[in-house]
Design a protein around this ligand. Sequence first.
Ligand code: BT5
Length: 246
Amino acid sequence: MASHPPVEAYDEIDSTNAEARRRAEAGDAGPIWITAAVQTAGRGRRGRAWSTNRGNLAATLLMATDAPPVEAAQISFVAALAAAELADTCLGEGVARLKWPNDVLIHGKKAVGILVESGARPDGRLWLAVGIGVNLAHAPQNVDRPAAAFAEHMGGRAPEPLAALEVLANRFEAWRHAWATQGFAPVARAWTVRAMGLGQACEARLPNRTLTGVAEGLDPDGALRLRLDDGTLERITAGDVFFGEA
Ligand code: BT5
């Protein structure tokens, strides 16, 4: 079995991604998993908040890479696959579906969020903070879109966060290895098998505009191919996409 980087566990922290960033900016390249039972300032993408209640998993892998930034961002698909495989062990094969770029949904509701942050290191490499939040035991009620927790769909109790991290970190290591040795293609293939919404009507809310069309699939670099209503093809590299949701 792939052995994963060491784990450092806190009871409470502001945000495991913030801690990874602090360490990276102080010169630490990892690799290390940082986890906390409670986050007081968990963060999502684009300044949004992420809530972590006790019983859920919040973890960030701090690592360094030689890959250029565009390629390095593909690590978020590695994280999504690892989280989906953690879900398989709790919920059964294939229950978890992936939504571009890296949400994990259970029966259409978000159960996992992923936030990748990065920066330049003095040695010219990049540091990456790959943050993964998993609703193992609880789903928050006061969020914009419906959320799910693993426990709601399991016969028994959800795993303890540290036990779940053990599975997640091993699956992450296996996919990171595939990505490092074979490139993005195997990751993209596995992601596509689990993807929701491909071939369906899609609304992409980008920082400065909203586009509608049909989601055709992943480009070789991880961008989402969106066929617009007028027939032209757009590559979506950042933003939020919606498939028949509000
Ligand atoms: C994400 O952002 O989905 C990335 C979340 C990453 C969280 C991990 S936990 C470990 C590490 N440390 C951190 O501080 N962060 C990472 P985004 O796609 O922007 O989604 C955020 C939105 O999801 C919020 O605006 C809420 O509406 C909703 N949300 C917040 N908490 C949630 C939860 N626990 N479950 C489902 N949805 C949630």
